[in-house]
Ligand binder design. Structure first.
Ligand SMILES: Cc1cc2nc3c(=O)[nH]c(=O)nc-3n(C[C@H](O)[C@H](O)[C@H](O)COP(=O)(O)OP(=O)(O)OC[C@H]3O[C@@H](n4cnc5c(N)ncnc54)[C@H](O)[C@@H]3O)c2cc1C
Length: 486
């Protein structure tokens, strides 16, 4: 069946205003932050965008796609950095290519808060609610609660996309990732069957844990309609320290000392000296030069600011750190420092010298971070290529940013070679090729290698079987995470 006929049937299910093959609209939904330099061709003969409003509409669309064997690409805000939410994929030959045809299912217009209980500390939302919107709702209603998972893209990222990509973020060290905060889900599998799994409680045993299986499944096992999310009391007050060191290792030791004294920080973030420069160039925000580390510690009462600031200052002095700012959440610099950190990716993007920028997403045990940072520096010199390291120091999740021209076959091969070394070094150090961005189409080979390295290839077979069980026709985000034959 051609896409025009599919569109006609979709209009019957959803109505005209929720279905589009308009080339401009399609081009907006076609790419993601990695693939956006690819100018999308006219996609109107191959793709259709749908914007369902409820679970029944999702079900009907999936049933149609299943009958007619048409791929569905579930999409939230399409901020994925793993090439997983757009029509553009990385092929087995390392080429960026447009998928053949399909339905882009945008779940971002379902934006209702469905339930909230302050006493039971949960909130149930539709998939399209933005992470920041969720926290704004909790703030505006003076609940004293918050949702702690905080990807740097939180203003745009949707609940559905964050669940499906298993997102983490700045507060990972203290609060973990989506996996720890999703209590239940409503989703539609590849045959159009509705599932309501999980509970409104922290304790909940329901046989195999289908809720957690969906977290991080990247749209390949089901389309998420709603999520029940655990909430937590907001920290009373926060003391934020931004400090600069000439060499990374001095900053790292200082971070360990702060952690030793105050416990796991609410956030502990790192920006290389060159990223600090790039952020200054693009945002004008500047507090100092060198490798920057930001730590947040929780304080019960603002009267403790002076006491704790003095303790932090003595830790900084002991480590020979001279350039720093300490700000409580009442201080104007507090938000400015957060903004500085959140500008890491946009600044790297704006100042890039080459066409594409690839954000790697490895994780290593905290003790291995210095060795890993040194390794990336070696790669930088060896390949004479801009690779900048920043990321979540507190949980060992670093995001080396690598520039390249993926349209040029020779450069693409080099970028892939460097990316491979970046990822596999993490595995060698006891970590993983992906911490929070997911596999998408960028890391399929690396994931398989990681399991091979651990002598666990059977796990890949098991994952293929899981995919076939949830989606026997292989219509949900095919070719992503663990590809199976269509
Ligand atoms: C500037 C920037 C900073 C970022 N910082 C972080 C960070 O700190 N931590 C982090 O973890 N990530 C980060 N990311 C990556 C990304 O933003 C997050 O993973 C985010 O949670 C994705 O949400 P989204 O709504 O954009 O999902 P999308 O990008 O639209 O989708 C992500 C994946 O989920 C699937 N999906 C989307 N919606 C659904 C649904 N309803 N049902 C089933 N599957 C679905 C898609 O098919 C895709 O595989 C960052 C990205 C950018 C651009």
């Amino acid at each position: 069946m051609n896409i025009n006929e599919i569109q006609r049937r979709l209009v019957k299910i959803l109505g005209e205003d929720k279905v589009s093959t308009d080339p401009v609209t399609l081009s907006l939904y076609a790419s993601d932050p990695v693939s956006f330099p690819m100018i999308p061709e006219d996609l109107s003969k191959k793709f259709v965008v749908v914007m369902p409003s409820n679970i029944e509409e999702i079900t009907e669309v999936v049933k149609l796609a299943s009958r007619e064997n048409v791929p569905i690409i579930p999409q939230g805000a399409s901020t994925s950095l793993a090439l997983g939410s757009s029509v553009i994929s990385l092929s087995a030959l390392n080429q960026l290519e447009t998928l053949k045809y399909g339905i882009i299912m945008f779940t971002g217009s379902m934006r209702r808060i469905l339930e909230f209980s302050k006493t039971d500390r949960y909130i149930k939302t539709e998939a399209g609610v933005r992470i920041d919107e969720l926290n704004d709702y909790l703030d505006n209603n003076d609940t004293g609660l918050f949702f702690p998972v905080d990807p740097a893209s939180s203003r745009a990222a949707t609940v559905g996309g964050a669940v499906a990509s298993g997102a983490g973020g700045l507060r990972g060290a203290r609060y973990g990732t989506m996996r720890e905060w999703v209590l239940g889900l409503e989703f539609v599998d590849g045959l159009g069957r509705i599932h309501r799994v999980g509970c409104r409680t922290v304790k909940c045993r329901q046989g195999y844990d289908l809720t957690r299986l969906l977290v991080g499944s990247e749209g390949t096992l089901g389309v998420i309609y709603s999520a029940i999310l655990k909430l937590w009391p907001k920290p009373h007050h926060i003391l934020r320290t931004l400090f600069y060191s000439e060499r990374f290792i001095e900053g790292f030791k200082t971070f360990l000392d702060i952690r030793e004294r105050f416990g796991v920080p609410l956030i502990a973030e790192y920006l290389s000296n060159r990223l600090v420069e790039k952020i200054r160039e693009t945002t004008g925000i500047w507090f100092g030069d060198g490798h920057a580390i930001i730590t947040d510690i929780e304080i019960e009462d603002l009267s403790l600011v002076d006491k704790f600031s003095k303790e932090i200052e003595s830790i900084l002095a002991r480590n020979n750190i001279k350039s720093y700012v300490i700000a409580s959440n009442r201080d104007p610099d507090f938000e400015k420092i957060y903004f500085l950190r959140k500008s890491m990716y946009p600044s790297a993007l704006k100042t890039r010298k080459m066409k594409y920028i690839i954000t790697e997403d490895i994780v290593v045990p905290i003790t291995k971070i210095p060795e890993y940072v040194e390794f990336v520096e070696t790669l930088r010199r060896k390949y004479e290529r801009d690779i900048e390291v920043g990321g979540h120091l507190g949980d060992g999740n670093l995001h080396p940013k690598l520039e390249g021209d993926l349209d040029d076959p020779r450069d693409r091969d080099l970028v892939m070679k460097i990316g491979r070394e970046i990822a596999l070094k993490a595995v060698e150090l006891g970590g993983s090729v992906s911490a929070e961005h997911g596999i998408g189409t960028m890391k399929i080979d690396l994931l398989i290698e990681e399991f091979r390295y651990r002598g666990s290839e059977a796990s890949i077979d098991l994952m293929r079987e899981i995919k076939k069980t949830f989606d026997p026709k292989n219509i949900l985000n095919p070719g992503r995470v663990i590809p199976i034959e269509r």
